[in-house]
Design a binder for this molecule. Structure first.
Ligand SMILES: [Zn+2]
Length: 328
């Protein structure tokens, strides 16, 4: 996504709002880009930065080939700085260091850009520090904050930002793109349930680890009905050795969510939506075991488990707790 018309295909409103302000030379001093993963937050932030620095822009689009554009792409531009959470939050030291760096290295122009990923994790102190910086009228500073959860952003920050809500991706469009890339319908449905990123989906589709993960998910769901005494052993002997990293565990929980949603789709007769299971005797048996009411609780429990992983609860504990909850 290199131009505003690329962005407009996915985010027509956001593209219109921002290009209008570029045309009027009224780029905001602070943007809050709010949208789910894969909705284009970073691509938009990069384009805003480029249009501020590009030396050969045409209209609202940067040239993409000048030194400024290239350095922004390689994340080496001295006046465009990226900030990401350090562990669970963005701390005031990170902002202080950045401001120090800007004071020394900002020789090229007055213009500075902060791109802040996971802006909902800014501590109150860090947020206030940024606000002070933004309010100095002599400075040409632009802050672009990215978040999946704008409700968690401090009101003092929200009120000073131009908030741009990005629209969720249309899953059908994404599935079509996956089909065009050579994936069959079932795989396209699976990957569109797990990611919005085309390259990621195609890579995962060829990944042995993922094939194994998918098998384990089916086995675990069936273990609840067949040998519920063995679930605990299954988690320790098969699940945890496969889903080692925290990111993998999150994907495991995502796959379980998809699998349990399938059983729910079976109940409501929406068999076209099935991702992991096929409409057969096995799914029928799972449908008899898990009532609609129970499935709603299970989905809720799985979302709770994902939240706990994010809060750094030990993965073994998270999996033990959630399997107990599902068995209850
Ligand atoms: Zn350029």
């Amino acid at each position: 996504m290199n131009t505003w018309s690329d962005i407009a295909e996915m985010q027509p409103m956001a593209s219109k709002i921002i290009t209008n302000s570029i045309k009027k030379d009224r780029i905001s001093h602070a943007y809050l880009l709010h949208g789910a993963r894969g909705t284009g937050k970073e691509a938009i932030a990069i384009l805003i930065a480029k249009i501020l620095f590009c030396t050969h822009k045409t209209g609202v689009d940067p040239c993409l080939t000048c030194n400024e554009c290239k350095r922004i792409d390689s994340r080496n531009h001295p006046d465009v700085h990226w900030i990401e959470p350090d562990g669970q939050s963005i701390k005031i030291e990170q902002i202080k260091n950045l401001q120090k760096e800007f004071t020394y290295s900002g020789l090229e122009s007055d213009q500075k850009v902060y791109i802040i990923k996971g802006a909902d994790t800014l501590t109150a102190n860090a947020a206030n520090r940024i606000l002070k910086f933004l309010e100095e009228p002599s400075k040409k500073t632009t802050a672009i904050m990215l978040t999946e959860n704008s409700q968690s952003i401090l009101p003092t920050i929200r009120s000073r930002c131009q908030i741009i809500d990005l629209q969720p991706l249309n899953p059908r469009q994404f599935q079509q793109k996956l089909n065009d890339a050579g994936l069959n319908d079932a795989s396209a449905r699976l990957w569109s349930a797990l990611t919005n990123n085309l390259d990621e989906a195609i890579a995962w589709n060829q990944d042995e680890w993922f094939a194994g993960a998918r098998r384990l998910v089916v086995q675990l769901v069936e273990a609840f009905t067949d040998n519920s005494n063995d679930v605990y052993l299954f988690i320790h002997n098969h699940w945890l050795p496969h889903f080692k990293e925290r990111a993998q565990l999150e994907q495991g929980l995502d796959l379980l969510l998809v699998a349990f949603k399938d059983i729910l789709y079976y109940h409501i007769g929406n068999e076209d939506a099935l991702v992991i299971f096929t409409p057969d005797e096995r799914l029928e048996r799972l449908g008899m075991y898990f009532s609609q009411e129970k499935l709603i609780t299970v989905l809720h429990d799985l979302l709770g488990a994902k939240q706990k992983l994010k809060q750094n609860v030990h993965p073994t504990l998270v999996m033990e707790q959630v399997t107990l909850q599902i068995q209850r």
